[in-house]
Design a binder for this molecule. Structure first.
Ligand code: AMP
Length: 208
């Protein structure tokens, strides 16, 4: 099963994908994480992408889909796509490349809630595990529970950048949902403006 999980930045896609991974035993492919790892390595692609990512813009469709094709080809049992496709062009390019989607899960949260969530978000500088200064604190302050590295604030979680990323989501990514509906793909909505304890149940419902 190939699944697309979509929603505004900070809507909680990352934690929902963990439940879907467990349900189906398939991995998540996150283009954001792939790009951040290129930035960390200091590769040519990373250097190109860094400025765009720091300002809340979108990396070119060709780069993203080129990267995705290679990664998706490694998986034979399906995958969850997190953060891609982010534009209609990417959705079309994926279709042309034979990356077919069976299900779309849309994680919905009001913009003002997102602003609060993202400005309090911290991520592990090693494994990218997300935390929150109020809602998901690590056992030891500032340290990742999973790998022991230091937590940090992503540059693109600054308020002005968050606004830009939300604008991008509404203008560029939302039309992708209509694209898949028109393709006859099953689209399910999850209300993620609810206590985190209900998150797993909401994800299960989306697959009933
Ligand atoms: P994310 O972690 O998914 O929020 O991605 C972080 C940043 O990486 C985004 O703000 C974009 O600059 C870039 N990025 C990730 N995925 C894509 C994509 N599919 N298309 C264009 N840019 C992307």
């Amino acid at each position: 099963m190939n699944i697309v999980i979509t929603g505004a930045p900070g809507s909680g896609k990352g934690s929902r994908t963990e439940f879907i991974e467990k349900m189906f035993g398939i991995p998540t492919i996150s283009t954001g994480n792939m790009l951040r790892s290129e930035v960390e390595k200091g590769s040519e692609l990373g250097l190109q992408a860094k400025g765009i990512m720091d300002s809340g813009g979108l990396v070119s469709d060709d780069i993203i889909i080129g990267m995705l094709k290679v990664r998706a080809a490694e998986e034979t049992n399906g995958f969850i796509l997190d953060g891609v496709p982010r534009t209609l062009v990417q959705a079309e390019m994926m279709k042309d490349a034979g990356i077919n989607i069976d299900k779309v899960v849309v994680v919905e949260v009001p913009d003002e809630v997102i602003m609060g969530r993202l400005s309090g978000r911290r991520v592990c500088s090693g494994c990218s595990e997300p935390y929150h200064i109020e809602d998901k604190q690590p056992k030891t302050p500032g340290i990742c529970d999973t790998c022991g590295r230091e937590l940090m604030t992503r540059k693109d979680d600054q308020p002005e950048v968050i606004k830009q990323r939300l604008k991008m989501y509404h203008e560029q990514t939302k039309p992708v949902i209509e694209f898949y509906k028109n393709e006859g793909v099953d689209v399910k909505y999850i209300d993620a403006n609810r206590p985190f304890s209900e998150a797993e149940m909401a994800v299960r419902e989306a697959f009933e």
